[in-house]
Design a protein around this ligand. Sequence first.
Ligand code: ADP
Ligand code: MG
Length: 376
Amino acid sequence: MNTFAQIYGRAPEGEWAAPGRVNLIGEHTDYNLGFVLPIALPQTVRAQARRRDDGLLRLHSTREGGAVVEVAVADLAPGGVTGWAGYPAAVAWALREAGHEVGGAELSLDSDVPTGAGLSSSAALECAVALAYNDLYGLGLSAPELALIAQRAENAFVGVPCGIMDQMASLCCRAGAALHLDSRDLTMRQVPVDLAGAGLALLVLDTRVKHDLGDGAYAALRAGCERAAGLLGLPALRDLGPADLPAALAHLPDELRPLVRHVVTENERVAEAVAHLDAGDLAALGPILTAGHASLRDDYRVSCPETDLAVSAAVAAGAHGARMTGGGFGGSVIALVDATAAGPVAAEVTAAFREAGYATPRTLTAVPAEGARRIA
Ligand code: ADP
Ligand code: MG
């Protein structure tokens, strides 16, 4: 008997999977309505689910021990469900908020996406649940529509002011490609990324630290960007091009200048990266990654000693380039390496961490994988 049947005493109606992601380049650009370039990971959150007709949402996760959390969907309100169950409950709430007549369900979640590692297990969880609800209740929503529901769930119910990248990545990425996404209008293009064909590999080094500072800092950075756009008379920082950057910087107070410089140069780095991918020159991404990290470290100030060390050690060990990925203050670093160098680079980073007295990083190799889908 599978887990779902053990818990709920009957079989699920189906099973849905949604992946975590790493972003190749384009960090902290999504809420500035700019550009991002994520790939989906092979690691997924899986949701087995069945409809309930009594309006109850019953939630179970293999990550969270045996307990089933039960809530009535009609009673859902922001702040009403805390902890892990807040994420799936948030999705049911956001669907209803958007006018979709969804009722109860029983859900069992399983996952191999590391949590709190900057690989977006939260969006994977939301998207698996959103897709399950979409099918169980025959809503017929598109992937971008579901991504907006999931983002609203995380923003307004869980209380994390994230942009749209993570949910769009989880729902819209395709195997073998990176998702070149315009965060303003959600237009997107699948850009082929054949790492193996280029003799390359993408290492993910999970530093296993998450500094508490991150939560409030993210909201403050977002607010700073919005303030800068307002002072410049622009709808969003995405509307500032590199040619206008010097004049814009001269117009802004000191504390906002580095934020604006990061966002403008980062959008440029996304465009450069896409051009290199289109030209089939994958190794040329390396210096762009490393420059992106320097911008996050020195201008946006969201790196930390652990991610800085992972980047510098990886580059010293021969990586073409490396950067932190995700919101920052810990989490994971990606390093673009020759396929034959993946093991040695991981070993060098691990040795550098040992020497610095840090926890042993967890290493994965990322292959651009398929976005969210029904699997049973
Ligand atoms: P990230 O998205 O980078 O992994 P977050 O802090 O945004 O980090 O989200 C992690 C949270 O998502 C966990 O603390 C937990 O509440 C929830 N979560 C993720 N995966 C699962 C899972 N399989 N089961 C239950 N909760 C999960
Ligand atoms: Mg998250």
